[in-house]
Design a protein around this ligand. Structure first.
Ligand code: AMP
Length: 533
C-alpha cells in the first residue's frame, strides 16, 4: 500500500479539552462578564486598583510562600518542563525546591544532617535520571551537579570536624551558601500559578511599592492551575477574583473593610445563601504553643482517628480540625479551641475585628475550626460559603499574612487578602436562577434585493452605533425564512427592507413577540427602539 493510501484511511484525531479544563461558552460568558464587571466596579469604589501578573512564575516563589510541604505545592502544581506522568521528574523538581528552602544553621545539627543526606540523595537520583536521559540533559546542569556533590563532601567533612576549633563555622557557612548556589544552577523550574497572592507580593517588592502611600490596595482576576481531582466546582484550570492590602498598619478596620468589600460584591450580585465564617489562628507567639497542646490532645485520642488525621497529628495538627469524617466529629468537638489560647495582642485584634464587622453591618459566624490550608496565614482568617454548590461550597477564602512579603525578600510588611472561586460563584448564581437567558439580538434585518442590501448595511451601522445588537444576514433570504431565522435567534424585532421600503424611505419594523408592525423613518425608528428597549 502506498503512503498516500495509508494517510487517506487515517481518521483525524478528535481533540477534547484536557481533563479538568473546560470551555466557557455564550450565553454563560455573559454572566462571567457581568460578575467581572461588578468586581471592577465594587472594588474600584473601595479604592483598589487592578494588577495583572503573569500566569507562570519561578516554582521557588510558590514553594517559599505557600510552603513546600503543602498539597498545593508538592502535589498539585503544574511545573513546566516536567513530564507529569513521570513521578521521578516531579519528585526531583520538588526535592530541589525543598532543599533550596531548607534553613541550615550550624547550630542546628538535625537540619544539617537532613540537608546533607537529602542533597546527596538528590544528586545521585538526579544523576540516575540524567543517565536514563529522562528530561534534563543540559551540560550546565551536569556540571552544577558535580560541584554540588563536591560541596556536599566538604560539608560532610566539616560536619565530622564540628568538634574542631578554628574557622570551622565560617567554612561551613560558606559551603552551605555554595551548595545553594549550585542547587540554583540545577535547572530552576517555572510553574503555572496555583494562586496569586505570592505573585502580588513579588510584584509589590519588585516595583518598590512600599514607597507608595500605604497601604497599597490591589485586586486581580484570572485563571489559576492546580492538579486536583476534578469534580463539580473543582477544576484544574479555575478562575479566581482576589484582592490584597499590603503595607501600612494591621488595624482591625482593614480586616473588616476587606471582608465588607467581598460581602458588598456578593450582595451586588444577589448571591444566595451567603454565610461568612471567621476565626483567628493566632501568630508566631501563640500559635506554636496551641499547636503543641492540640498535638498532645490528639495523641491521646489517636486510635479513634482515621489514617489522614493520624498522619496530620505529626505533619499539621491544625488540619485535623478541617476533617469532614463523620466518625471524628465527636472527638474534634472536645479539642482545645484556639480562641482560648490566643496571646493578648491576637485576642485584642480579633475582638476589634468582630466589633468592626458589627459596625459595618456584616453578619458573621465564629468558627473555631476554620484553619486555612496555606502556610502563610495568621490572625484573621475567613471563609464564605454559598448555596447550591454541594460539598465544594466555599466561594471565598482569605486572611491575614503579615510575614509573607518579608519571607519573599521584601521589607517587613502587613498584608491581608482573599480569593474568590469565580467558577463556584457562577455555579451558585446559575443554581439560583440568576443567570441571564439566551443572549438574543435586538434587531434581525430581513432584506431582499441589491438596493435593499445597501440600505440594510447602512441600517446595521446606524443601529450598532446606537448600541443595539444587530444580526445582518450575509445573503438574501425570502422574508418568511428570514423571520423564522429571527425567531430562532431570539430577536426582539425584525427590520424588513425590500424594494418598497427603499423607495418610500420608510422602514418596516416587526415586533416578534406580538407580530405587530409599523413603518418608520430612520430617525423615528431609532427613537422608537430607544424607547421600547
Ligand atoms: P484558596 O486559594 O485555596 O484559598 O481558594 C480560594 C477559593 O478558590 C476557594 O474558596 C474556591 O472557591 C476556589 N478554588 C480553589 N481551588 C479550586 C479548584 N480547583 N476549582 C475551582 N475553584 C477552586
Amino acid at each position: 500500500m502506498s503512503e498516500g493510501a495509508v494517510k487517506k484511511e487515517e481518521k483525524p484525531r478528535k481533540f477534547q479539552a484536557i481533563r479538568g479544563t473546560r470551555d466557557l461558552l455564550p450565553p454563560e460568558t455573559a454572566l462571567w462578564n457581568r460578575v467581572e464587571q461588578t468586581a471592577h466596579t465594587v472594588f474600584g469604589t473601595f479604592g483598589f486598583g487592578e494588577i495583572r501578573s503573569p500566569i507562570f512564575e519561578w516554582t521557588e516563589l510558590f514553594a517559599r510562600s505557600i510552603g513546600a510541604g503543602t498539597d498545593v505545592v508538592s502535589k498539585e502544581m503544574y511545573v513546566l518542563g516536567l513530564q507529569h506522568d513521570n513521578p521521578t521528574d516531579r519528585d526531583l523538581a520538588h526535592r530541589r525546591e525543598t532543599l533550596m528552602f531548607m534553613v541550615v544553621s550550624s547550630s542546628d545539627k538535625s537540619t544539617i544532617d537532613m540537608f546533607t543526606l537529602q542533597t546527596r540523595k538528590f544528586c545521585s537520583d538526579y544523576e540516575a535520571a540524567l543517565g536514563k536521559e529522562l528530561v534534563y540533559a543540559d551540560i550546565g546542569t551536569k556540571v552544577a551537579l558535580e560541584y554540588l556533590k563536591d560541596s556536599i563532601s566538604y560539608l560532610v567533612e566539616d560536619l565530622l570536624a564540628q568538634t574542631r576549633a578554628g574557622d570551622w563555622q565560617e567554612r561551613f557557612d560558606r559551603t552551605v551558601a555554595l551548595c545553594k548556589q549550585y542547587l540554583e544552577l540545577v535547572e530552576p523550574t517555572i510553574a503555572l500559578r496555583p494562586e496569586s497572592t505570592a505573585s502580588v507580593c513579588r510584584a509589590y517588592i519588585e516595583h518598590g511599592m512600599n514607597s507608595l502611600p500605604q497601604p497599597v490596595k490591589l485586586y486581580y482576576l484570572g485563571p489559576m492551575f492546580r492538579r486536583e481531582r476534578p469534580q463539580k466546582g473543582r477544576y484544574r484550570q479555575f478562575y479566581q477574583i482576589g484582592a490584597e492590602v499590603l503595607g501600612g498598619s494591621d488595624a482591625p478596620a482593614i480586616d473588616a473593610e476587606v471582608i465588607e468589600m467581598v460581602m458588598t460584591f456578593f450582595d451586588r450580585l444577589d448571591l444566595q445563601g451567603v454565610q461568612l465564617d471567621i476565626n483567628s489562628i493566632g501568630d508566631r507567639n501563640c500559635r506554636p504553643k496551641y499547636i503543641e497542646l492540640l498535638r498532645a490532645e490528639l495523641l491521646k485520642v489517636k486510635d479513634q482517628l482515621g489514617p489522614d488525621s493520624q498522619r496530620r497529628i505529626e505533619t499539621n495538627p491544625l488540619r485535623v480540625l478541617d476533617s469532614k469524617l463523620e466518625s471524628e466529629q465527636g472527638i474534634i468537638a472536645t479539642l482545645p479551641r484556639i480562641a482560648d489560647h490566643l496571646c493578648e495582642d491576637c485576642a485584642t485584634h480579633y475582638a476589634a475585628v468582630k466589633h468592626q464587622l458589627k459596625m459595618r453591618g456584616v453578619f458573621f459566624r465564629e468558627n473555631w475550626r476554620l484553619v486555612r490550608g496555606l502556610d502563610y496565614y495568621m490572625r484573621t482568617t475567613f471563609e464564605i460559603t454559598a448555596q447550591g454548590l454541594g460539598s465544594q461550597n466555599a466561594v471565598c477564602g482569605g486572611g491575614r499574612y503579615d510575614g509573607l512579603v518579608e519571607l519573599l525578600g521584601g521589607p517587613p510588611t502587613k498584608g491581608i487578602g482573599f480569593a474568590i472561586g469565580e467558577d463556584r460563584l457562577i455555579l451558585s448564581l446559575q443554581e439560583s436562577g440568576k443567570a441571564p437567558a439566551q443572549q438574543g439580538r435586538d434587531v434581525y434585518i430581513a432584506w431582499m434585493g441589491e438596493r435593499a442590501h445597501a440600505t440594510a448595511i447602512r441600517a446595521a451601522k446606524v443601529l450598532r452605533k446606537a448600541g443595539f445588537s444587530v444580526e445582518l444576514p450575509p445573503v438574501e433570504q425570502k422574508f418568511g425564512k428570514a423571520l423564522g431565522q429571527a425567531d430562532k435567534l431570539g430577536a426582539k424585532h425584525a427590520l424588513i427592507l425590500g424594494d418598497n421600503e427603499v423607495s418610500e424611505g420608510l422602514w418596516t419594523l416587526k415586533t416578534l413577540a406580538d407580530g405587530s408592525q409599523a413603518k418608520y423613518t430612520e430617525p423615528d425608528l431609532l427613537e422608537h427602539l430607544r424607547k421600547t428597549m
